[in-house]
Design a protein around this ligand. Structure first.
Ligand SMILES: Nc1ncnc2c1ncn2[C@@H]1O[C@H](COP(=O)(O)OP(=O)(O)OP(=O)(O)O)[C@@H](O)[C@H]1O
Ligand SMILES: C[C@@](O)(CCOP(=O)(O)O)CC(=O)O
Length: 209
């Protein structure tokens, strides 16, 4: 039987406040690494798919960066937290099913249980990345404070108790994203090259020596 390593070589779990640039930064990383090396996993993806289906909503708009999803955010949070209470890893498993690239970018971790699930599943491969932007910059990107959202676990669940492996300052007056992402990209390229070596199919004759 063929012996194939299906685990990722690196799992980068991103978090950050609304409009801090989680999607933007992870898309920049994927552009540089290529989609055969790196996939973006959105924990909100399976949640929004199911929520859109149950409520007859436009999934494309729910998945997009525009104001449409904000109308439903509070109820989606409630809906999602009901499922997480029953199974904290519910959305992590759904979002990562079928991922086969060596590098995974989890773009939207919001709770400690999100990060802990990947750390428990892939203890050697998981690193945490915090994307930071000022409220002024976030406001320029369309954010405004919403009670019940910005003061709730969905937005504050990772504010304390986590020593992030990486911090990305997504501000015009910060070092460029190219500069900030360089060490992360190098780590990803190393993980991808190592994974491509160990991910080769080894015919049975070589396995038995
Ligand atoms: N460095 C940047 N340069 C240009 N545009 C940016 C930058 N960072 C973010 N943006 C833009 O700001 C908006 C918000 O960014 P993004 O959607 O990545 O935030 P987010 O953290 O994923 O937000 P949410 O939690 O609401 O999904 C998007 O339109 C995005 O294209
Ligand atoms: C409901 C929720 O998944 C919406 C996330 O939407 P977005 O990643 O901000 O586009 C947030 C949450 O799960 O708390």
């Amino acid at each position: 039987m063929e012996d194939r390593v299906s685990e990722p070589g690196l799992v980068l779990v991103f978090s950050g406040k609304r409009k801090s640039g989680k999607d933007y930064v992870t898309e920049q990383i994927q552009k540089r690494l290529g989609s055969d090396v790196c996939c973006i996993l959105r924990l909100s993806g399976p949640l929004k798919e199911q929520y859109a289906q149950e409520h007859g909503l436009d999934l494309d708009q729910l998945m997009g960066p525009g104001p449409y999803k904000e109308q439903y955010r509070a109820d989606m949070i409630r809906w999602g937290e009901c499922r997480r209470r029953q199974d904290p890893g519910f959305f992590c498993r759904l979002a990562s099913r079928g991922a086969c690239q060596p590098v995974w970018l989890v773009s939207d971790a919001r709770r400690l249980s999100d990060l802990q699930w990947f750390q428990a599943e892939f203890p050697q491969q998981t690193q945490s990345v915090r994307v930071q932007s000022s409220e002024k910059t976030r406001s320029q990107r369309g954010w405004s404070f919403t009670a019940g959202v910005d003061d709730a676990e969905s937005e504050c669940g990772l504010d304390n108790g986590v020593e992030f492996d990486w911090i990305v300052i997504n501000e015009a007056d910060a070092p460029s994203l190219d500069e900030q992402l360089r060490p992360i990209l190098q780590l990803a390229e190393e993980a991808a090259s190592t994974s491509s070596v160990t991910d080769q199919v080894v015919p049975p004759t070589e396995l038995t020596g």
